[in-house]
Design a protein around this ligand. Structure first.
Ligand code: IPM
Ligand code: MN
Length: 377
């Protein structure tokens, strides 16, 4: 354990972001009971509402704290009608800005259906997919592609003639996310649920796009160093149907930024919806974890959204710090949290409206905090 504890900067953000992060804090507090807390929490304002009030999306000293922190936890940003002069969502500084400035090149998004959770494919809570068939991770490149800040308009006589978004795929960018994906595939000893194969799937549109051809070439070149990992390929359009029809085939998936943005939302349907989808934005030196869902303005203040994505984000956060600092006690805390989450989900005692239940956000947080206490430290 680090003396003084690991510093975790929290940005609750907008809408339901503060509601789910409040439950996250509750769960962290439960984990820390009975001893000195292994972490220090440093909560900071930021987002669209903050921009509305101050003209700044986030305070410079908060960005400084985030840069110095051991890890960052983000709630959600965005509010209807509030945007930046550029047209970007206000609060983007906390998402896109930190991804760029801290070079968080890997967006790691696990997709796993836990026993007791109902996937959202049919919309009527019938169970089509069983939990043991949905267990893969999508790695989304997080700093380039269409998200590279190379956009522009050509305006003549006050009229837009042309708008351009430049798709950038670099050798460095492709190589590092692909390498991370092969490494991850190596650590997943169980492989794909279908056949136990340690498969890595490259999702692209290399039948059309040059950047994707380069990405796939890089995938093959780096793959030569990983003969133990099966190389698999899917065009993104075909992947969208295969992943729904046959999710058990997938183990680790690697793709470019924008395609990763889209297919991870799609895949969340297999894991019970966006209420369960967590992601880690991970670089060489920094990392930021978040529930993938947005600020859900319609639900803000109603205390009814599903906080489990935040609990999973916290589990990822603890594991990342534990690995980086070779801290087995923190690793045990992460395992304890995972076990507590799994028990509550299996028992079905914390189902929020999106799972057909009536439990509140606070209620779901209480159940997980109780389960954490009951779980041996
Ligand atoms: C995500 C979000 C962001 C993205 C938005 C909020 C800019 O959709 O994290 O998936 O497009 O990456
Ligand atoms: Mn998205």
């Amino acid at each position: 354990m680090k003396s003084g504890g690991y510093s975790i900067v929290l940005f609750p953000g907008d809408g339901t972001g503060p509601e789910v992060l409040r439950e996250g804090r509750k769960v962290l507090d439960a984990l820390a009971e009975g001893g000195p807390a292994p972490w220090r929490l440093d909560e900071r304002p930021g987002g669209a509402r903050h921009y509305q009030e101050t003209g700044r999306e986030v305070e410079p000293e908060s960005l400084d704290a985030a840069r110095k922190a051991d890890a960052i936890l983000l709630g959600a940003v965005g509010w209807p009608g509030v945007s930046l002069p550029s047209g970007d969502i206000a609060g983007a500084a906390l998402v896109l800005g930190l991804r760029q400035s801290l070079d968080l090149f890997a967006n790691v998004r696990p997709c796993r259906l836990y026993p007791g959770v109902v996937h959202k494919i049919s919309g009527d809570f019938r169970q089509v997919w069983s939990p043991e068939k949905v267990d893969f991770v999508i790695l989304r490149e997080n700093t380039e592609d269409l998200y590279a800040p190379l956009h522009g308009r050509l305006t003549r006589a006050n009229e837009t003639e042309l708008a351009v978004d430049t798709r950038v795929i670099t050798r460095k960018g492709a190589e590092r996310i692909i390498r991370k994906a092969y490494e991850l595939a190596r650590t997943r000893a169980r492989g794909a649920p279908e056949d136990g194969v340690r498969r890595l799937t490259c999702v692209d549109k290399s039948n059309v796009l040059e950047g994707c051809r380069f990405f796939r070439e890089t995938f093959d070149r780096v793959g030569a160093e990983y003969p133990d990992i099966e190389r698999d390929y899917a065009y993104v359009d075909a992947f969208t149907q295969w992943v729904v029809r046959n999710p058990e085939r997938y183990n680790v998936v690697v793709t470019t930024n924008m395609m990763g943005d889209i297919i991870t939302d799609l895949a969340s349907v297999l894991q019970g919806g966006m209420g369960f989808a967590a992601g880690g934005n991970i670089g060489a030196e920094h990392a930021m974890f978040e529930p993938v869902h947005g600020s859900a303005p319609k639900h803000a203040g109603r205390n009814d959204v599903n906080p489990f994505a935040t609990f999973f984000a916290l589990e990822m956060l603890l594991r990342w710090i534990a690995e980086r600092h070779h801290d087995p006690s923190l690793e045990r805390q992460a395992a304890r949290l995972e076990s507590a989450i799994g028990k509550v989900l299996r028992a079905g005692t914390a189902r929020t409206y999106d799972q057909g239940g009536t439990v509140s956000t606070t209620g779901a947080g209480d159940r997980v905090a109780e389960a954490v206490r009951a779980e041996a430290a």
